[in-house]
Design a protein around this ligand. Structure first.
Ligand code: GDP
Length: 451
């Protein structure tokens, strides 16, 4: 959902306006920095197009270093997260030095800025708005949050920016739906990649690429499933010019990397007959480095302790692979036998599940509540002689909303990002995975220092 951020120096009426736009009654308005408001994000109630409001004035712990710093942080957060910034000034005060520096700061970003002149309670005050044009954002829209004046005009202005974004998004989603998933099948030679593709396609088609002299790294195999056209990126097929002779395949990290990069999700095929090898680890690292969604396919399950009970075999197999590929801890498993075409249906079942859960990344509001709890439950340790890590605000950013399986980045705005220790990040990662499971999707935190 598009985001609209409310930015302005203290006391211009940001939270009164926030409440108005969110369709709530105005209670006590605290507009001093550091006064915690009950909520900093809410759905906008007065626009045609759905969008989320963020009141950046409500962000973070009390700031001890003056107004200038506080509004700079707010502006940065807004520029990083919003699709539209409402830059609020005060009709009664006119332009102040802080307004000017804020205007300058906001000019650095590509985000659209709408100037809103609050406290324009009556016509004479409205006239003041002429001065505000010198900020460089047009004449501005005069409103009164307190009296609820001229909010319709503000709503129209928001809609004018948000509606086209939503239309683009819908169109892109349709394309994604039509084109389905791009699925890279990767693994070391002989792991059973081609066999799995054949089993998925359910025919005896040998994946022979007779495109002589081709320079392509992989073969795209179309596969229709439940009305969607998916693409299986077959990294093994290319070598099979003549006969099935797997001995000639030289593992090419480069080839695997390129296929991984253009995929929505990777199927890492592991040969359970042979166990996890250095080559498997290398490919797993590539997937992790590219931050790609992943499903681990435990192939040749028929060869793995065939005498034992299925549940025991699954447990042992997953334990072995989990241990060897521990860094790929977000990837779930399926155990199959391509040769005997056993449990092949589980692959698309799991892919569908991964994709479904990924469509619903944790919202900014929930993320902030979750992190506040996690920080309260286990506060970060301060190294001797240094400050303690403090979280101001967090937001979910999806780099490319238009991919079939979006991978979110959780941006943490903190007092000083050097204070985030690896084990603490791991703690947050584990807690987030428990509280909001998204199997197959890597958890990425990105920290920004306030200063
Ligand atoms: P690729 O190099 O990863 O494409 O591997 P292939 O699909 O060519 O398979 C390599 C060898 O493993 C072939 O001899 C397959 O018959 C065999 N194979 C593939 N899947 C299975 C399986 O599930 N069980 C068993 N026992 N053998 C398999």
């Amino acid at each position: 959902m598009p985001t609209v951020a409310i930015v302005g120096r203290p006391n211009v009426g940001k939270s009164a306006l926030f409440n108005r736009l969110a369709g709530r009654r105005i209670a006590i308005v605290h507009d001093q920095p550091g006064v915690t408001r009950d909520r900093i994000s809410a759905p906008c109630a007065i626009t045609q197009s759905p969008c989320t409001l963020i009141d950046t004035g409500g962000i973070g712990a009390p700031l001890d270093d003056g107004f200038g710093e506080a509004v700079t942080t707010e502006a940065d957060i807004a520029m990083d997260t919003a699709d539209l910034i409402l830059f609020i000034v005060d009709a009664k005060d006119g332009i102040t030095a802080v307004d000017q520096s804020l205007a300058q700061r906001l000019r650095k970003s590509k985000t659209k800025v709408e100037l809103v002149i609050n406290k324009a309670d009556n016509a004479e005050k409205d006239l003041l708005s002429g001065d505000f044009a010198t900020l460089g954002y047009g004449a501005g829209i005069p409103v009164s949050a307190e009296l609820g004046k001229n909010l319709g005009k503000l709503a129209d202005a928001i809609d004018a920016t948000i509606a086209p974004l939503l239309a683009d998004q819908e169109e892109a989603e349709e394309v994604v739906q039509r084109e389905g998933l791009k699925i890279a099948i990767v693994g070391k030679p002989n792991a059973g990649k081609s066999s799995i593709i054949n089993a998925i396609l359910k025919d005896e088609r040998t994946i022979v690429s007779d495109i002589a002299g081709t320079t392509r790294d992989s073969v795209d195999v179309p596969y229709e499933f439940l009305g969607e056209r998916h693409t299986l990126i077959d990294t093994a097929g290319i070598r099979r010019r003549t006969k099935m002779d797997s001995s000639v395949e030289v593992f090419s990290a480069h080839r695997a990397e390129r296929s991984i990069r253009r995929a929505d999700i990777c199927l890492l095929v592991v040969d359970l007959g042979a166990g996890v090898s250095a080559q498997d680890r290398k490919i797993a690292r590539l997937i992790q480095d590219e931050k790609k969604p992943c499903l681990i396919v435990l192939n040749k399950f028929d060869l793995f302790h065939p005498g034992a009970a299925r549940s025991v075999r699954i447990e042992e197999a997953t334990e072995h692979v989990r241990k060897e590929l521990f860094f790929l801890n977000y990837a779930p498993f399926v155990a199959v036998s391509a040769l005997k075409t056993q449990a092949i249906g589980l692959i698309f079942q799991k892919l569908t599940e991964i994709r479904k859960l990924a469509q619903d990344p944790i919202t900014t509001g929930k993320l902030n509540r979750f992190l506040q709890e996690a920080f309260a439950k286990k506060p970060p340790q301060a190294k001797r002689g240094s400050k303690r890590l403090k979280l101001l605000y967090a937001t979910t950013a999806v780099n490319d909303r238009y991919t079939a399986i979006p991978v979110p980045t959780y941006i943490l705005f903190v007092n000083d990002k050097r204070l985030l220790q690896e084990n603490y990040e791991q703690y947050l990662n584990n807690r987030l995975r428990e509280s909001h499971p998204t199997p197959g999707i890597p958890i990425i935190f990105s920290t920004r220092s306030r200063n």
